[in-house]
Design a binder for this molecule. Structure first.
Ligand code: ADP
Ligand code: GN1
Ligand code: MG
Length: 393
């Protein structure tokens, strides 16, 4: 749910430091949280495009802190890329376009907060991965993102959504929704509620390891689902990780976990035909290979040991969040049809069940990749993994 001006007001656009004549502006992307638009301008005969977003204040209670984090993070990465001599650096990190009075946002007449980024041309994002090679690029990009931020100096980043991946607190809210049942929907979700109850103890593993100090706190993205990663239209390599609202302290495992959740299946997150929601070993292997090729030097053994578990864990927290939102009356995620959140929850549960059916093989594959031995695997026992074995470097 959201309040304020949802369409992009002209007077907001005119307050950003953008020059030229506006050609058009239209809604853009398939994100669940912010309101996103793309505009095109004529700047002395050249068409230039921008992304504008109204920050969802229901979700991000302190937009100024979100923008402070984003400016620090993008500034740090840009500086690094320029130092390294990367010529197309402005396609590899988001660039915040300030307001005419130098702020990273503009407020609208309803009090809403808007920001603008340069549109990264010649890229697209995907909701499902097509091949192990593509999965490898996606994994690589998140490993690189974690490395780029490992040496960010200064104070701790703001927690833009406190306890975002705190499974135990998510369960407290879930149980409240079940007991209060404000929309009388519990009766339609009994099997899913029972499944989530059974999984509660295992689900707490990651957050307990982080809070107990067994896992190091790192700056992470916290929302690395694949449509937050821009892929170059021509060479199909990843150019830029976007949607930086949740970049804040966490564990590296939240990010690799969300990648596993979204990249290791060929089914969309809201696919209703659950027979299609299958964990694909080929995509998974490509992804982990790419991720470790960048992140391996950074990660501690305790983090590496939980990589497979992280995929299951983040899938579980998403199943729980979709189900809670369904029970609460679809207050958080944008929905396009009745029961959309329940469909998403069922989809995520099916993915967990598909992982469980191949669990030992997933663990074996993960450690073989970690040890650099995956090429010796001939029969992995994973669905779709033959693709990976054939996918040469
Ligand atoms: P939400 O928080 O609602 O998910 P995002 O920041 O992810 O919003 O933006 C929605 C979509 O817009 C992304 O999935 C991505 O495909 C696209 N996008 C966002 N920023 C840019 C950009 N600067 N250049 C090109 N595409 C972008
Ligand atoms: C939301 O903003 P978007 O659509 O990239 C959500 C993520 C979920 C994802 C599920 C701030 O991501 O946590 O994993 O939906 N973002 C927020 O698709 O809650
Ligand atoms: Mg997004």
């Amino acid at each position: 749910m959201d309040t304020g001006c949802v369409s992009l007001p002209q007077d907001v656009l005119s307050q950003f430091a953008i020059y030229g004549e506006l050609a058009f502006v239209q809604p853009f992307g398939s994100g669940h949280i912010n309101h996103t638009y793309r505009s095109q301008w004529n700047q002395a005969g050249t068409a230039v495009r921008y992304i504008h977003q109204r920050i969802n204040e229901q979700v991000f209670l302190r937009p100024a802190e979100v923008m402070e984090n984003i400016e620090r993070v993008t500034g740090h990465i840009a500086e690094k890329l320029i130092r390294e001599g990367v010529r197309d650096w402005s396609r590899r990190v988001l660039s915040v376009v300030p307001s005419r009075d130098g702020k990273p946002w503009v407020r609208d007449a309803c009090g809403g907060w808007w920001r603008t980024y340069l549109f990264i041309e010649g890229t697209h994002s995907l909701d499902v991965a097509q091949s192990p090679g593509e999965a490898r690029f996606l994994g690589k990009s998140v490993g690189r993102f974690q490395k780029q931020l490992a040496d960010l100096g200064g104070s701790r980043l703001h927690e833009t959504i406190p306890d975002f991946h705190h499974m135990e607190k998510r369960y407290v809210r879930f149980y409240e929704a079940v007991s209060q049942d404000p929309c009388r929907r519990v009766k339609d979700a009994e099997a899913e509620i029972a499944f989530m109850r059974e999984q509660e103890e295992r689900g707490a593993l990651l957050i307990r390891a982080l809070k107990g100090g067994a896992l190091p706190e790192r700056i992470c993205h916290n929302d690395t689902k694949m449509n937050n990663i821009l892929i170059d239209d021509l060479d199909k390599e990843v150019r830029c990780v976007v949607d930086l609202d949740t970049v804040m302290p966490g564990t590296s495992l939240f990010d690799v976990g969300d990648l596993i959740r979204t990249v290791s299946t060929r089914a969309k997150e809201d696919e209703r035909d659950l027979a299609l929601v299958v964990f694909d070993g080929g995509l998974f292997a490509g992804l982990i290979k790419g991720y470790l090729s960048e992140a391996s030097e950074l990660l501690l053994p305790a983090e590496k040991a939980l990589i497979a578990e992280s995929g299951r864990n983040i899938t579980q927290i998403m199943a729980l969040r979709f189900l809670t939102d369904y029970l609460e009356g679809d207050l958080y995620y944008k929905t396009a049809r009745p029961g959309h959140n329940l469909d998403r929850c069922r989809n995520q549960i099916a993915l967990i069940q598909s992982m469980d059916a191949q669990w030992q093989a997933i663990l074996d594959m993960t450690s073989a990749i970690g040890d650099g031995n995956s090429r010796y695997l001939t029969d992995t026992g994973l669905t779709g993994s033959d693709n990976f074995l054939e996918d040469k470097e």
